[in-house]
Design a protein around this ligand. Structure first.
Ligand code: ADP
Length: 599
């Protein structure tokens, strides 16, 4: 750009210089030629007047012609000028270069004609005799009357070949030309340097502008002087500084926005009017199973197969209004329930330029809701069953006041059993809700795990003996200290040992073990009972989950025992697991972080 600008500027300047040099050359050489011819003419004129004075006395005298011829010839040789003396009738009387007799009538020569009317005349013309350009000056030799009145007595003509002048003129022209060429060359070279000097700031500014367009905002331009270009440079520098500041501000805002979007727990996807992805944060990429780096610039439906997200975005864009929708997305290991909130994006003038969707993963709340609903249904059911039995028994007794005492007793015993069931259900429910909800419900003090275990076994072994089951305890000699709540640990052990007794047939055995494994304290309850099939093993720790409902109820189970175990273990930063072979027996294991006794 700049190069062509410089070339144009320079070409214009060069044309101007050449035209000026040409004009000056032509004018100067024309002037010099004119002056030179003027000089020759006046010299010839002076010589002509001189010759006229010399020739005048001899004009009328025929006898003196030879003398005249001699004199004219001598003068011509001495002065290098051709002299011709012409009679009034045009006849040549004497000539310095030719034989007068052989010369034709000169009366009609333009200079002679001019001299006849004007006294003297000059003519320049080509002489075919001499084959060169000549200047002729003719003066009249006036009449014999006072003050030259009367017929002219003849004419004197001087002539000089213009060869010398032509040579001189050629030399002058050559000098002028050489001077012009030199001047032009100097002017061109100087002009080139000047043009370059003037265009350098422009080149620099252009390069800086190109660099800026490519994203390099740190380029500066040097400004010297106070002319227009310097002012332009100053303005350019000011503009570049402002641009850099604005770009820095934009980059800062953008990074901040990206950081906010990136750290959001919600997924965010923004698209433009053509439904091309403008932004996609990490959470959205995960939910939509898209690669963030590859998604930007591609159409949303190419990026993800989740139709619902494409639909809400398209709808927000089409109808320019907020769109809210809940969607269930197929995913592994479980489906996701997401809340989609899409809104049109507008620019500073309020024009819709795209749309954005916020994807909120609501799966957990949904699951909790479902669990809560199930729990309420389960609790209601668990309460309703014993209540129905009690009500039936009481109504029967009311209907038949005369029933035999043993029947009455049986009905009342049934009612008491159901009341006990209700009571243990409520106890378990209260325990569970306390562990789950109350902050600090489970204490964290140093407890020797052997203590609650020993107490529990000594309490429950009689229970086992009643069912024909041996309960053995195996604890190490050194304390096994955990950070926990003695009451909670007793409850945990009670539930595991009671289950082992409940689900083991007569003659079976139960082992209760405590040991330290690395940094963990382990409580293990093994039985030779009915065992649990693998498909149930995962779920028995859920509330109210039972493998065999009837059996559980028959042995007085509430379906909450293992849920309590699990939640106590979790509250103490541990975990509860099971290993079991159906028909052979089960081993329940609770691992808790061990604490050194000195802690
Ligand atoms: P329940 O009050 O019914 O015993 P739990 O939560 O204590 O409720 O146990 C849940 C289910 O796990 C029981 O119904 C039973 O089917 C199974 N279960 C628990 N402990 C054992 C065990 N030691 N052997 C076999 N099955 C067991």
């Amino acid at each position: 750009m700049i190069r062509s600008f410089l070339a144009k500027l320079y070409a214009g300047y060069a044309v101007l210089v050449v035209i000026t040099a040409l004009l000056i050359g032509v004018l100067v050489s024309g002037r010099i030629e004119q002056d030179s011819l003027e000089d020759v003419a006046s010299e010839l004129r002076a010589q002509a007047h001189l010759l006229a004075a010399i020739a005048e006395p001899t004009l009328d005298r025929h006898a003196d012609r030879a003398i005249l011829q001699d004199r004219v010839g001598q003068l011509g040789r001495e002065l290098g000028t051709r002299f011709t003396v012409i009679g009034p009738d045009g006849l040549v009387l004497a000539d310095s270069d030719e034989e007068p007799a052989r010369m034709d009538d000169h009366g009609e020569r333009p200079e002679v004609l001019g001299a006849r009317t004007g006294g003297e005349a000059t003519a320049v013309r080509w002489s075919s005799t001499l084959e060169r350009r000549l200047m002729y000056v003719a003066v009249v030799v006036p009449g014999a009357g006072p003050d030259g009145a009367g017929e002219p007595r003849g004419y004197v003509r001087t002539a000089l070949p213009l060869t010398v002048i032509d040579e001189r003129l050629a030399f002058i022209r050559a000098s002028v030309f050489a001077g012009a060429v030199l001047g032009v060359a100097v002017a061109l070279v100087l002009g080139w340097f000047l043009a370059r000097r003037f265009s350098r700031p422009l080149t620099e500014m252009t390069e800086a502008a190109v660099a800026m367009a490519a994203g390099d905002y740190d380029r500066t331009v040097t400004v010297k002087g106070h002319d227009e270009v310097a002012r332009l440079g100053e303005a350019f520098r000011e503009m570049a500084t402002q641009l850099r500041d604005r770009m820095n501000t934009i980059t800062r805002h953008r990074n901040r926005l990206l950081a906010i979007l990136g750290s959001m727990v919600e997924g965010v996807v923004a698209i433009d009017r053509e439904e091309r992805v403008v932004h996609l944060n990490a959470v959205a990429a995960q939910i939509l199973r898209a690669v963030p780096g590859e998604s930007v610039g591609r159409r949303i439906w190419e990026v993800t197969r989740v139709r619902e997200v494409c639909d809400v975005l398209a709808e927000a864009l089409r109808e320019t209004r907020d769109v809210q929708r809940e969607a269930r997305l197929a995913a592994s290991p479980r489906d996701l329930v997401v809340q989609l909130r899409a809104a049109p994006l507008r620019d500073g003038r309020g024009e819709v330029v795209g749309a954005v969707v916020v994807i909120h993963d609501d799966t957990e709340r949904h699951q909790l809701d479902a669990m809560r609903r199930d729990f309420v249904a389960n609790v209601s059911h668990e309460i309703k069953t014993p209540l129905t039995v009690i009500r039936g028994a009481v109504e029967t007794l009311l209907d038949d006041p005369d029933a035999p005492p043993e029947v009455t007793k049986r009905f009342l015993e049934k009612s008491v059993a159901q009341c006990e069931r209700l009571s243990s259900l409520l106890t378990d429910l209260l325990a569970l809700s306390r562990i789950e909800s109350e902050e600090g419900a489970v204490e964290r003090v140093a407890v020797d795990l052997r203590k609650p275990v020993r107490e529990c076994v000594s309490r429950l072994s009689t229970e086992g003996e009643k069912s024909g089951i041996t309960v053995e305890v195996d604890v190490p000699e050194l304390p096994v200290v955990v950070s926990g709540d003695e009451e909670a640990l007793r409850q945990l052990t009670d539930n595991l040992v009671l289950n082992a007794i409940k689900y083991t047939s007569e003659g079976g055995r139960v082992w209760v073990r405590v040991r330290t494994e690395g940094s963990e304290a382990i409580l293990e309850v093994e039985d030779t009972g009915i065992g649990i099939e693998p498909r149930h093993q995962e779920r028995i720790f859920e509330r109210f989950y039972r493998v065999d409902k009837a059996r559980s109820r028959a042995v007085g189970g509430t379906g909450l025992g293992l849920a309590i175990v699990k939640h106590i273990a979790i509250a103490l930063d541990g975990r509860a697991t099971v290993e079991s072979v159906p028909g052979k027996g089960s081993t329940f294991r609770v691992s808790l972080p061990a604490r050194s006794p000195s802690d």
